[in-house]
Design a protein around this ligand. Structure first.
Ligand SMILES: [Zn+2]
Length: 685
């Protein structure tokens, strides 16, 4: 783990292809390396910050900071990633601790007024006018970030901001750690789990008295809420799920929201949302509010229709099972009847369908599609050093040049203590090294798909296939970007655009040709029957209204907490559930305390999922749907225009290049089953 030497190495250097990451660190090494990393990084900041005004140059200021950022990012990721994936509790704990220390250090460095001053001096020099475009963007970004940290404000204010930022980073880590480490389970008899398939029941651990343990992790929670026909079981699980870490996270959330508002105010913003949104495509909380309100208004009639259908299904089910009918839709009924809509109205039997999606077949098909579409070649590395035996490592080459562009890890199954969602982690940024050679990009996809059992392979639900395709889209964004600076590598684009490339690729799991390539019956080897395939594709429209209204509820909760002081999360969530979704929240629960995004870098930005879908649908329908979804030329255009720049360009410029015109909202609205009116663009376009 040598510090960067700055020596010039020739282009044949193995460093170019090197994956610098290692996963065999002990808890003690993690602690020590975190301390060493901060020490040597600080030396660079000290050196930059002590430059005389006349001496300040691109080399000794901007480039020095960029170079240390590359090394710092790689090592920081290596130290803080194990908290999400290591099978050893003490390593996860050490990694969490390291993350807290490094986050504190990040705050310290981001608040270096002396360093900021040197960058301002550099910008004032004539030399800065001749910088290359990306270096210029880097310079401007550093100044912007400096101002967003209040470095142009009096020292006293800066100290306040610094103290708040430090507290915030610790609170965020704790909030999500509480959720990840939650080991709550509920014991049920087989009868209480009626409706769930055999393979699910067989995969459950047992209590000493023979009951089946249902945890609150996704592979238990979602299938149960969708398939269990015993309402009382669903009620218990839904209530527990939305009460996870209620006490501790409720306190953390309150503090987070208060501190964010205080910081925004010190920096001269009306609200935390406005502070955050300044850097996004949306620019202001008013634009976001308008976007969400208009969409909610448009979707409302659809939601009403869907609720009526669900209520009717519930009435019939209650008659059939001899249950009392309460004439309302409860939170624990939603997924169950939404699933029934798919099964009855669209006749998609998810349990039958998943027999066609064994993990191995999906993985092979998915990887092949991505390789073909983006002009890439993947190789599985045998005996790669990884953090758990389930994990695989692949090398990625550009097919036409044969050049290695990166590597990715796949970590697909749940484990105790592992990160509970599906996500892509950038580990080594693809960017230029101090000697101007290129560092390959390394990323990891972490997910929690159903694990194989001795009797059955891992069979994926169709929505899991969609998640797989989505997250892998982020992996490709990380790998295909060829920015010069680590700050602009991979998915470092505007936060409300970051989902667009992955969302666009989700479309492939709703099209016949790619679906056939990703599926085969796990016993017979037969393809999905045509009829089932047609039904599946049609079912994309199922529950669109309710699903999107729920997304709007979450986005509005997030906006409310970050625009109104003293908003009560439970009250806000309950009110929006009633108003927007028309389904009440379960009394006694606290969904916002389980809403990891609020502490996971999505604060005031959850709307981004819907916002970026506007662009994802536009890209898909304008180019791929017109010119062929497996058309390699469009695939390469996509790689070059959208993935290649990383964050080195504004998203709106990339979009214009790829689309050949300004973006439009039409395809997005049509995908929601809504009538298209002209002039309904998000105002940022
Ligand atoms: Zn995503």
């Amino acid at each position: 783990m040598a510090p960067p030497t700055g020596n010039v190495v020739d282009s044949q250097s193995p460093r170019l292809l090197a994956n610098q990451l290692r996963w065999d660190l002990t808890a003690e090494q993690i602690e020590n390396m975190a301390a060493e990393l901060t020490e040597r990084t600080k030396l660079v900041y000290d050196r930059v910050g002590s430059q005389e005004q006349g001496e300040v140059s691109y080399e000794n200021t901007l480039k020095a900071l960029a170079d240390v950022e590359v090394e710092y990012t790689v090592h920081r990721n290596m130290l803080d990633f194990p908290q999400h994936v290591s099978p050893c509790k003490d390593i996860r704990a050490a990694s969490t601790e390291a993350d807290k220390k490094l986050s504190e250090f990040d705050v310290e460095m981001s608040m270096r007024q002396d360093v900021y001053q040197r960058i301002v001096w550099l910008q004032e020099k004539s030399e800065s006018a001749s910088l290359k475009p990306e270096a210029k963007r880097y310079l401007e970004r550093l100044i912007k970030l400096g101002k967003r940290n209040g470095l142009h404000l009096p020292e006293e204010t800066q100290e306040k901001i610094k103290a708040i930022k430090k507290k915030l980073s610790v609170l965020c880590i704790d909030f999500n750690k509480n959720l990840n480490e939650d080991t709550t389970y509920l014991p049920f008899s087989k009868e209480e789990l009626g409706g769930l398939p055999e393979d699910f029941l067989n995969s459950l651990e047992k209590t000493e008295d023979g009951k089946l343990k249902v945890t609150l992790k996704y592979p238990h929670y979602f299938p149960l809420l969708k398939k269990c026909y015993v309402p009382e079981t669903r009620r218990k699980v839904e209530e527990m799920f939305n009460s996870r870490c209620k006490e501790e996270n409720c306190l953390i959330l309150k503090e987070l929201v208060d501190l964010r508002a205080q910081k925004a105010s010190l920096l001269g913003f009306n609200t935390h949302a406005d502070f955050v949104l300044e850097m996004n495509m949306a620019k202001s909380s008013k634009t976001v509010a308008t976007f969400l309100d208009e969409l909610a208004q448009k979707l409302k009639p659809l939601g009403e229709k869907e609720r009526a259908v669900i209520l009717d299904l519930k009435k019939k089910e209650c008659e059939k099972r001899g249950l009392e009918f309460d004439n309302r839709i409860n939170a624990w009924d939603m997924r169950y009847y939404m699933n029934q809509v798919e099964e009855t109205k669209y006749s998609v039997d998810q349990n039958l369908l998943k027999e066609y999606f064994p993990m191995q077949v999906v993985t092979t098909g998915l990887l092949a599609i991505y390789q073909e579409l983006l002009g890439l070649t993947f190789h599985l590395e045998e005996k790669a050093q990884v953090w758990h035996e389930d994990v695989q490592l692949y090398t990625v080459k550009d097919t036409s040049s044969g050049e290695t562009i990166g590597k990715f890890y796949l970590d697909l199954y749940p484990r105790e203590g592992k990160y509970g969602h599906a996500a892509c982690f950038g580990l080594q940024p693809g960017c230029l090294l101090p000697d101007s050679s290129r560092q390959i990009s390394v990323a990891a996809m972490v997910a929690n798909f159903t694990k194989p059992t001795p009797d059955a392979p891992s069979l994926l639900q169709h929505d899991e296939v969609e998640t797989y395709f989505h997250e892998f889209g982020h992996v490709m964004h990380q790998l295909c970007s060829q920015a010069e600076f680590a700050m602009f590598s991979g998915t470092h684009v505007e936060r409300d655009f970051v989902e667009a490339p992955s969302q666009m690729l989700e479309n492939w799991v709703w099209e016949k040709e790619p679906l056939l390539r990703m599926s085969r019956h796990y016993k017979t080897g037969n393809p999905i029957p045509d009829e089932l395939l047609e039904k599946l594709i049609k079912s994309r429209q199922a529950n669109t209204g309710l699903f999107n209204l729920r997304q709007i509820v979450l986005a509005k909760v997030d906006q409310a907490l970050h625009t109104q002081t003293k908003a009560d999360p439970v009250e806000v969530f309950a009110r929006l559930c009633e108003e927007v979704l028309g389904v009440p929240a379960t009394p006694g629960t606290n969904m916002p305390a389980t809403f990891g995004h609020l502490a996971g870098g999505y604060d005031a930005q959850y709307y981004g999922y819907l916002w970026s879908e506007v662009y994802s649908m536009d890209m898909f329908h304008t180019r791929f749907k017109q010119e062929g979804i497996m058309n390699c030329k469009v695939g390469m255009d996509y790689r070059n225009c959208i993935l290649h720049p990383g964050g080195s360009m504004d998203a709106s410029d990339m979009l214009r290049k790829f689309l050949g015109r300004e973006p439009k909202q039409d395809a997005f609205l049509a995908s929601k089953g809504l009538k298209v009116e002209s002039n309904s663009l998000p105002s940022a376009c």
